[in-house]
Write a protein that binds this ligand. Structure first.
Ligand SMILES: [Zn+2]
Length: 209
């Protein structure tokens, strides 16, 4: 499986591009910005996007999704508990002092327990609310990878002081949905460096009893 991680936009959101070598099918997760660069990677690997997945409706993760949809025709997936937050994108843009992105029509509701296929590899949708109400993580057992959005970071967890955030809920999501995954699972957070489930279990100061 091809996997490119491209930090995009002023907040350097980690946009993941997965591509299957056999079918040339691709999934793009969190195309927050720099869609020209995302498209260049897709062209370089000769990939066709079949799904655009938004881990949550913060502008740095969803900002470029409409443009990517127009360029690829691929459907957008998001958990609908973030619909309200998505409606606040003009406000989010004003907070950051950036231009308001074009609205992304969500085609498919991503729900806990859903699976997406890229080639023969399954990506399981885990609903992990707390950073936002509709935050999801994607677990690909065959790839040994977890795309964690802004729920879990190396040595940190997502902030919960923005609208829709809940500090107790994010801890519950991490403890119940993420930490039970195999320790060697590689975690790709929404920002910053990769880590593993085992490392965060042992070292993350927010997760120690
Ligand atoms: Zn966020």
């Amino acid at each position: 499986m091809i996997h490119e991680i491209l930090p995009v936009g002023p907040l350097q959101c980690n946009c993941s591009i997965f591509g299957d070598e056999a079918t040339r099918e691709a999934m793009v997760i969190d195309p927050g910005d720099q869609i020209e660069d995302v498209l260049a990677i897709l062209r370089r690997h000769d990939l066709r996007v079949k799904a655009i997945v938004i881990t949550h409706a913060h502008i740095d993760h969803i900002g470029g999704a409409a443009k990517l949809k127009q360029a690829t025709g691929a459907p957008a997936y998001m958990n609908l508990n973030d619909t309200e937050l998505q409606a606040m994108l003009p406000v989010q843009a004003a907070w950051l002092g950036v231009r308001e992105p074009e609205k992304t029509e969500i085609d498919v509701a991503a729900k806990d327990g859903d699976s997406l296929l890229v080639g023969a590899s399954e990506f399981h949708v885990l609903h992990t609310p707390g950073h936002t109400q509709g935050s999801i993580s994607l677990y690909a057992p065959a790839e040994n990878k977890l795309i964690a959005g802004d729920t879990l970071f190396r040595d940190s967890i997502g902030r919960t002081d923005l609208p829709g955030g809940d500090g107790r809920q994010i801890l519950r999501s991490i403890h119940e949905k993420l930490l039970p995954l195999p320790e060697e699972t590689i975690v790709i957070p929404g920002h910053g460096a990769n880590t593993t489930i085992g490392r965060e279990k042992r070292m993350n100061p927010f997760l120690q009893e």
